[in-house]
Structure formats: C-alpha cells, structure tokens
Design a protein around this ligand. Structure first.
Ligand SMILES: C[S@@+](CC[C@H](N)C(=O)[O-])C[C@H]1O[C@@H](n2cnc3c(N)ncnc32)[C@H](O)[C@@H]1O
Length: 330
C-alpha cells in the first residue's frame, strides 16, 4: 500500500499517518488500544504489549482496512504545523522589539494551518524565564543552550499565511490528518497541537490565509498585510520544499518586496537551504550537528544584510541564541 504514495512524499510517513488517521477517526480494531493518542481521544487506557504482538495487531489492521489505507496513501500528503517553532520566532520578534519596533505584521510562507501566526497567544518557557500570556492554553518549553532572548515582542497588527495547500482549522478531517502526521506516542506534542488548533479556531477572524506558491504569490499575500507596519516575512521549514532554483527566486522576490516597504526576513531552515536562500554565509561556523539555522535579513538601499542569529532544534525543543543578536541592526 505504501507504494501507492506518490513521490516526492515519504511513503512510510504517509502510510503510518494513514493508519493513525483511520484509528483517530474511530476505526474499530484492537490496534486502537495500543496507540496512546487514540486511547487519549477515546478516553480509554492504553495497553502496552510486546513488539511481536503489536506487529501482529498492525498487520491485522492493515489487512482489515486495506482499501481505506490505500485510498489515504494515494490521495494524502504529509502535513505538519509545529507550534514549537514559535519559541524561535518569538526570540526574533523580541530582538525587533529591543531595537524599537513596537508593531509589526507577520507573513508566514508555508504556513500550513497558520498556527505560528498566533505566536503571541502562546506562553513560552525559556529555561527559568517565562514569556507570553500567563493564561495561555498552549505552553512552549524551549531549553536554552545560548543566551536568553528578549522576552517582550511587538504587537502583531496583521497576520497573513501563504501555503500551497493550507489546512482549514475548521475542517475536522483536515485537522485529524494534521494530528495523524504526528507520532502517536508523543502525547505532549499531540495535546499541544490540539490546543493550538482550538486557539486558531477562536482567533480565525484575525488571520488571513492565502492559497498559493510562496514565490509566485508572495506579493499578492503581502498586499493583505497592513502597509503601516514593518512586514516580518518568515519561512520555517517550508523553503526546504522548493527546488534550489526556486529558493534563489524566493530571495529575489523578498528583496523586491523590501524595495516597496520595510521588510525583515526570518528564515528557519536547514543550513543547505539557508545557503541556497543566500542568508547563511558558506563560512558560517555551525556548533550543532543536524540543527536548523535561524537567519534574519534586513534590507537597506536595495542591499540585503543577513545575520545568523541562532541554531535550534527543528521543532524548537532547544535554542542556541547568539547573545550578539539580541539587538539587530535597524
Ligand atoms: C513542514 S510544513 C511547515 C509548516 C510551518 N511552516 C511550520 O513551521 O509548522 C511545510 C509547509 O510548506 C508548504 N509548502 C510547500 N511548498 C510550498 C510552496 N511552494 N509554496 C507555499 N507553501 C508550500 C506545505 O504545504 C506545508 O504546509
């Protein structure tokens, strides 16, 4: 069945998510009692069994639901929206606040469900320091390896997301698929995503989501953001999906946008992608193997100036914030 998954999708991920999705949707099978996320949803206790019994139950489920799994594999694509990355986005926004920006607009390229546009709605715990609303239902815990970022962030005037295939948070099937793409035993991440979706549903009137390609539709999406504020354009693990030539085009489009209005460009991607985007110098020294790099690019007189401000876990689990980037050049 996994071979029905169309490239460039990772077949195993879509196959496992398809099984998880069917179980979350209520499929009646003993396998359900071994999936922590499904048990939590159904309000029943999860049963731990040996790997051999689990494999047997999994194979039995695949035989019983082969048509449904095949349908899922052939038509779905993995989708994620990792709110943990807001701990990193918040750190960058903190540095903008520290240099005097009091209000900004956000444009998230590859926004998925748009959850990261609500960065100021989530509490964030950086080691011993707390930031964000104390009443927040979503709490991000980020271990600090480097300096403590600034904790205050600018007010966000408009929030615009751009995605090829955005997730509608009011569509239960789409949201269940988003949840199904998480590992079923990571209950913390699962619960956090559910709560973030609830926040997004409650605040949906404040978020504009544009369907389109992040290169071709960049200007169209930017036109939905307030022109009275600096526009913070962010791409978090989304430019990774562009072929190399399109990454160069994205950089050129952002620079072109910056000739029309004040723009700060935040990228959180793997080092190779950051180099293709032209925001990370080939000579930059990386301290953490496999980490994502965070770069902030400002534009002056048609010239881009990029700062390499942090290395981080891809999901924002830890952050090595460079002390010298606490205040960016204005
Ligand atoms: C790994 S998800 C990351 C989502 C979100 N940025 C986050 O950090 O949680 C990548 C997202 O990029 C979107 N995407 C991929 N290629 C795109 C493109 N060319 N233009 C717009 N969005 C794209 C996908 O639909 C998906 O929602």
């Amino acid at each position: 069945m996994a071979d029905l998954v169309p490239p460039p999708q990772f077949a195993v991920n879509v196959f496992l998510a398809s099984v998880h999705h069917l179980l979350l949707e209520g499929a009646d099978h003993p396998l359900a009692s071994h999936y922590p996320s499904v048990c939590a949803r159904r309000g029943v206790e999860c049963t731990r069994v040996s790997d051999a019994r689990l494999t047997g139950a999994f194979a039995s489920f695949c035989r019983a639901f082969r048509h449904e799994i095949a349908q899922c594999c052939a038509t779905r694509a993995t989708q994620t929206n990792e709110v943990g990355r807001c701990a990193i986005l918040r750190a960058v926004l903190g540095s903008l606040h520290a240099r005097g920006d009091r209000t900004v607009s956000l444009l998230d390229l590859g926004c998925s469900a748009g959850l990261n546009l609500l960065v100021d709605e989530y509490a964030c715990v950086y080691g011993d320091a707390d930031a964000g609303p104390s009443t927040a239902t979503v709490v991000l815990r980020c271990e600090l390896v480097g300096a403590l970022p600034e904790l205050s962030i600018p007010e966000i005037e408009t929030r615009v997301g751009l995605d090829l295939a955005p997730i509608d948070v009011t569509d239960p099937d789409a949201v269940t698929w988003l949840l199904a793409c998480l590992w079923p035993d990571d209950l913390d991440r699962f619960g956090r995503l559910e709560r973030a979706v609830d926040v997004a549903i409650a605040r949906r009137g404040e978020v504009v989501i544009v369907r389109g390609d992040m290169v071709d539709a960049l200007e169209r999406a930017a036109s939905s953001a307030s022109s009275a504020t600096r526009l913070v354009v962010a791409n978090c693990w989304s430019a990774a999906y562009l072929p190399e030539a399109r990454r160069h085009e994205l950089a050129a489009r952002v620079a072109s946008l910056a000739r029309e209005r004040p723009v700060t460009w935040v990228t959180m991607e793997g080092p190779r992608v950051a180099r293709d985007l032209g925001v990370l110098a080939a000579t930059a020294r990386l301290a953490h193997r496999g980490a994502s790099v965070v770069c902030v690019t400002e534009f002056a007189d048609g010239t881009a100036h990029s700062s390499f401000v942090a290395e981080t876990h891809a999901h924002g689990v830890w952050l090595d914030w460079h002390a010298s980037s606490s205040t960016l050049a204005g």
